[in-house]
Design a protein around this ligand. Structure first.
Ligand code: ZN
Length: 168
């Protein structure tokens, strides 16, 4: 059985800026209003016959959205990016072939993510892995949850999905 949260209707959203480094049109700083849809597959169990309490799941997703909201998203593991943190600033350089771009941004303006990029693809994986870990840490019926799937939508009608299988 699948439990489903629709990001647009459940208020699972964030507005952030990002850069798809090296891309001809998306390689500049630009932003999106993101919506995060979540599916949890499992067997109903416990006193109430829940797969997972909606309230618990929504809080996990909202907390992640809150960390990204109104920030410039920076991927920590991008192969063509070097960065250093100096005082209250992050300085990073994108370097690929002839193309070199340098940035200096206040730390409070950024969210540094443990990803290789900040595409919808990578963000959906980032969300799914955190939700999976949080559910496992809470130990909420975790043995009856099989997988968590998130879809990160860049605006309405286009998104990428990633499914994280629970480890038991
Ligand atoms: Zn974009």
């Amino acid at each position: 059985m699948i439990l489903e949260l629709n990001g647009m209707y459940a208020g699972l959203r964030f507005a952030s800026a990002h850069i798809v480094f090296g891309h001809d049109t998306c390689g500049v700083i630009h932003g999106h209003s993101y919506y995060v849809d979540v599916k949890v597959c499992g067997a109903p169990s416990g006193e109430f016959g829940f797969i997972c309490d909606f309230k618990v799941l929504k809080k996990i997703v909202k907390d992640i959205c809150g960390k990204l909201d109104h920030k410039l998203l920076i991927p920590e593991n991008h192969p063509n990016l070097t960065y250093s943190i100096n005082g209250d600033y992050i300085e990073f350089t994108f370097c690929k072939g002839e193309k070199v771009k340098e940035y200096k941004i206040p730390l409070e303006d950024v969210a540094i993510l443990p990803t290789t990029s900040t595409t919808a693809e990578e963000l959906s994986k980032y969300f799914a892995e955190i939700i999976k870990k949080e559910l496992q840490a809470l130990n909420l019926n975790s043995s009856s949850i099989y997988w968590v799937e998130t879809t990160v939508n860049e605006g309405i009608g286009q998104g990428a999905s990633y499914r994280a299988t629970m480890e038991h």
